[in-house]
Design a protein. Structure first.
Length: 205
């Protein structure tokens, strides 16, 4: 018998934005709105990670605090803040994607990430599996774009890159498939927010 969640998400085009969200900010919202418009998505899910394996725990705010802030930032009803990685017990992106595809087999998922992560993705566990199992949308980020498009991941999967004008075809594409989207930069960064005097220290672990 199909799960209720599987039926509810059948045929929906859903962007997955993973990360620490330490904290969530207007830049995440901006990227999500760009994805909804440029890729023709129905929803974007913010997958708040309990702990990014590539980031130090010492600088990470408490998980519940990060979820709370993300929910306050994601005012758009098409953006869903999710703690599903904690529920599933997954730590790595490849495992999270596999679990979501198994749970919602009729949904059309797209993985979303910035150009900085396209540079970094060869450090991720089972990174080629990610490319081979889910379409990927890469969003431009100032100072990273040229390097991202000339590094290992972009070269390895250059044959699977869609032209930007075909971005709306990505959610229905057979993997591997990815697109690079040139967008205006947004000034908000999690690092700057954490360093500001307005970031409360009691949110930290």
């Amino acid at each position: 018998m199909a799960r209720a969640g599987s039926m509810r998400n059948a045929g929906r085009r859903i962007g997955l934005l993973g990360g620490s969200f330490n904290p969530a900010h207007e830049g995440h919202l901006y990227i999500s709105h760009q994805a909804l418009a440029r890729l023709g998505l129905d929803e974007v899910w913010w997958l708040v990670s309990p702990q990014n394996p590539l980031k130090p725990e010492a600088d990470m705010a408490a998980f519940d605090s990060r979820l709370e802030i993300a929910n306050s930032v994601a005012w758009d009803r098409r953006i869903r803040v999710s703690a599903i990685e904690a529920e599933l017990g997954t730590r790595y992106t490849a495992d999270t994607i596999a679990a979501l595809q198994n749970r919602y087999p009729a949904a059309g998922f797209v993985w979303m990430m910035g150009a900085d992560n396209l540079i970094q993705i060869p450090r991720w566990r089972a990174w080629t599996q990610i490319f081979n199992t889910i379409p990927i949308a890469v969003f431009a980020r100032d100072s990273y774009d040229s390097k991202a498009l000339s590094e290992r991941a972009a070269i390895r999967f250059r044959y699977a890159r869609l032209p930007e004008r075909a971005a709306r075809l990505l959610p229905d594409a057979t993997s591997p498939a990815w697109v690079f989207l040139r967008i205006k930069s947004h000034p908000a960064t999690a690092t700057a927010l954490r360093q500001s005097s307005s970031w409360p220290t009691d949110r930290m672990n």
